[in-house]
Design a binder for this molecule. Structure first.
Ligand code: SF4
Length: 88
């Protein structure tokens, strides 16, 4: 039996993170139509991002949401999601 060598860290793709500028977001939900697995506008018209770190298979749909957003409120960048704020 042969073993498959582990992928070196430098060869792995960076995850992509999606963020919203809440000052720009109007809550209409075009992004939700593009990628409902990642975006949802709640009953108060607030955008909820369900997966800040975007799964590879959803990256095209999220990229479509970014370019479709009429207020350019969304950003998709390589990197890690920000840690949650500290508890008080
Ligand atoms: S498409 Fe843009 S403006 Fe509309 S809900 Fe999504 S992020 Fe907000």
């Amino acid at each position: 039996m042969t073993s498959t060598p582990a992928t070196p860290p430098a060869a792995r793709a960076l995850p992509f993170v999606v963020t919203v500028d809440r000052e720009r977001c109007n809550g209409v939900g075009i992004c939700e139509g593009c990628a409902p697995e990642v975006f949802e506008v709640d009953d108060h018209g607030e955008l909820v991002i369900k997966a800040e770190t975007v799964p590879d298979d959803l990256r095209p749909a999220v990229a479509d949401a970014v370019v479709s957003c009429p207020t350019t409120a969304l950003s998709l960048t390589p990197g890690a999601a920000a840690p949650p704020p500290p508890r008080r």
